[in-house]
Ligand binder design. Structure first.
Ligand SMILES: Nc1nc2c(ncn2[C@@H]2O[C@H](COP(=O)(O)OP(=O)(O)OP(=O)(O)O)[C@@H](O)[C@H]2O)c(=O)[nH]1
Ligand SMILES: [Mg+2]
Length: 622
């Protein structure tokens, strides 16, 4: 190995959705998110590779852009990285311009702009498999000569052309005479000249496809139909929630069985006493009660990941644009809001694709209203306990229907809140929708399975890192101090947890919460699903005979229907996630807006629970 070779810094730059991240993953073995719509990457990510020559390269994945004239925060990241304006960073040694080979027109303008920056460059013609399938003819030699850069064809998802690309980058590293940066924001005349030049090169080097992609057009004529498309969108969402309930049941029973078996086994091994109580009632029952929901989360993500890969999500955004625009949301808010179904944190970060400050802030403020996956355990637990598992209207699973309703409630309230934000804080027209519709692709089986695996790991990791410690703390609070000799109530009533719960109970009594729920909500502030584990712990300890028994059946005997519905309503709105609040603070750079969000969400949670509870009681659900 030659230690004299200096580490080369390589930046991947290109239009959105051209496969930069797929290429980054292929090069470095990383697992950054790849999906078939624009605006997936919003941050710079760095990875290291070792070339065959022994040289180390640091590769930079960047957000997609059409021009260095950055408009939104994610595009600014790319501009600054390319120009070496980021603090403590020099410009990259080599710029790899990643092109969607089937869509060269726009990338040519970017290539011309990048050339003015003066860094050595390689053009990667990615998605070359699709270009070949379409019979698109690109004169590579001529194109290379016109642009004056080496060209490599790649298929990032199949790891094809990767070694050639690395080799080509290496030949450029030592092109010492990287010329001075001559880039500055172009004016209108220069833009027109560049566009004409790109058009000329396009004509000279690319012959249109023999088999143009008519499939995308044909599918779009159905899926984007103003009425038909909307109906199909509803059917897809509806089927998704039906599947979440009907497919998950056997898997959940399996996990529940394992948890019960484990608890009984451990209880038999360890003598009665504190240690047994900690492990069985505290840890196994608490963590197990959350892990049971893994199948549902994975089924939901199976749908989302497959639809993303297929290219449907951008169409859904297109369909929703009228409705979102009517509510004062920017068209590009769709993807951030969609990401928030997994977790509000990536969703809030994805709002960086929105260039207008106000539109971005509105999106950030409503993103936590979308139903994140941490709510699924809570929703499912309450639904399983209180909503009968029946079929209504002949084919609709009632539990799935309620789940659909809860998701819809999240979406509708996000729309209403953004409407209010528009009316109260700022007025003005919403920008028109401008999102490229990607071509449809058959979802890649391996990548779908892999993405599911990542989701499963995140969920189980949370159970270990966040839920386990909180459950142990809660067990301590619920166990000590011991009850007095002549105790008449369950032990937990005399514990610290009991005292805290009772002290706070008056605040929550008007919305129908008992003190056990209040206790569960406290660790639930850190992460929503911990409330399920906490309920498991408080009720397991309160009811020793039924230690590892089914939490759902315990709840259905302890809570009224009105209380259960009120709890669901609370969970639609309450801002119970410390990590999200931290990200809001960071992304808005404003404590004021973070507090406004906390305030409005708690306010709505209390109001919604109050109304739900009293209406349900009035209707006989008390
Ligand atoms: N058929 C085929 N699909 C590809 C190839 N490279 C990427 N894709 C797919 O193209 C889509 C976009 O890939 P990404 O890597 O997310 O694109 P990106 O350039 O990082 O996009 P942004 O981060 O939004 O700018 C995904 O669905 C990939 O699976 C390729 O060479 N061939
Ligand atoms: Mg990307």
């Amino acid at each position: 190995m030659d230690m004299a070779l200096k580490t080369a810094r390589v930046a991947l730059v290109g239009n959105p959705n051209s496969g930069k991240t797929a290429l980054f993953n292929a090069l470095t073995g990383a697992h950054q998110k790849v999906a078939n719509y624009a605006g997936v990457t919003v941050e710079r990510k760095e990875g290291l590779i070792r070339a065959a020559s022994g040289r180390t390269m640091s590769v930079l994945d960047l957000p997609g852009t059409y021009s260095l004239r950055a408009r939104s925060p994610d595009e600014e990241v790319t501009r600054d990285a390319v120009l070496g304006r980021l603090a403590g960073e020099t410009p990259p040694d080599v710029v790899v311009c990643v092109a969607d080979a089937t869509n060269l027109r726009l990338i040519l303008r970017l290539v011309l702009e990048l050339k003015a920056v003066g860094r050595p460059m390689v053009l990667a013609l990615n998605m070359y498999d699709i270009a070949q399938r379409q019979g698109l003819r690109i004169d590579l030699e001529k194109l290379g000569a016109e642009l004056g850069v080496p060209i490599i064809t790649t298929v990032a998802t199949r790891k094809r052309g990767i070694d050639d690309l690395i080799a080509a980058v290496e030949t450029q590293v030592d092109v010492a005479a990287a010329s001075e940066n001559q880039w500055r924001s172009p004016d209108a005349t220069e833009l027109r000249t560049a566009a004409r030049e790109a058009e000329r090169i396009m004509k000279a080097c690319v012959r249109p496809p023999e088999r143009p992609d008519t499939l995308t057009g044909r599918i779009d004529s159905v899926l984007l139909h103003p009425l038909g498309g909307m109906i199909i969108l509803m059917i897809i969402l509806f089927a998704m929630f039906q599947a979440v309930f009907s497919w998950a049941a056997p898997l959940m029973d399996g996990i529940e069985g394992i948890v019960g078996w484990l608890g009984a086994g451990v209880a038999a091994l360890i003598p009665d006493g504190l240690l047994q109580s900690l492990i069985v009632d505290g840890i196994i029952s608490g963590v197990g009660s959350v892990l049971v929901f893994l199948p549902q989360i994975l089924i939901l993500f199976l749908f989302i990941i497959a639809l993303e890969d297929f290219g449907y999500m951008a169409r859904a955004a297109f369909l929703m644009d009228k409705i979102m625009g009517g509510a004062g949301l920017h068209g590009r808010a769709f993807i951030p809001l969609l990401s928030s179904f997994a977790c509000a944190i990536p969703g809030i970060m994805a709002a960086r694709v929105i260039d207008s400050k106000r539109d971005r802030l509105t999106t950030i403020l409503v993103a936590p209203l979308m139903t994140c996956s941490a709510r699924i355990p809570v929703y499912t637990l309450i639904i399983a306990a209180f909503i009968p598992n029946e079929t209504v209207w002949g084919f609709v699973n009632l539990q799935g229907l309620v789940m659909f309703g809860l998701y819809a409630a999240g979406i509708v309230s996000a729309l209403l809140v953004s409407l209010v934000i528009r009316k109260v804080f700022w007025r003005g027209a919403v920008e028109p929708f401008m999102m490229e519709l990607p071509t449809y692709k058959v979802p890649d089986f391996k990548s779908v399975v892999f993405n599911l695996w990542i989701r499963a790991k995140i969920f189980v990791n949370r159970a270990g890192r966040i839920i386990l410690p909180l459950v142990i703390i809660l067990w301590v609070l619920a166990t000590f101090p011991y009850p007095p000799e002549n105790a008449t109530m369950p032990d937990i009533d005399y514990s610290f947890a009991g005292m805290i719960g009772r002290a706070l109970e008056p605040i929550f009594a008007p919305i129908g919460f008992n003190w056990q729920m209040v206790v569960a909500l406290i660790p639930g502030m850190a992460a929503r699903e911990v409330a399920v584990a906490a309920l498991g712990t408080t009720y397991a300890i309160a009811d020793a005979e039924n230690a590892t028994g089914l939490l759902a059946s315990t709840l259905s005997s302890q809570w009224s229907l009105a209380t259960a519905l009120s709890f669901l309503a609370w969970y639609i709105f309450a801002p119970q996630c410390v990590a999200t609040l931290g990200v809001v603070k960071r992304e808005t750079n404003s404590l004021k807006w973070t507090w406004i969000m906390i305030g409005y969400m708690f306010g709505l949670a209390y109001l919604a629970s109050f109304v739900t509870y009293h209406v349900a009681v009035a209707l006989g659900g008390g």
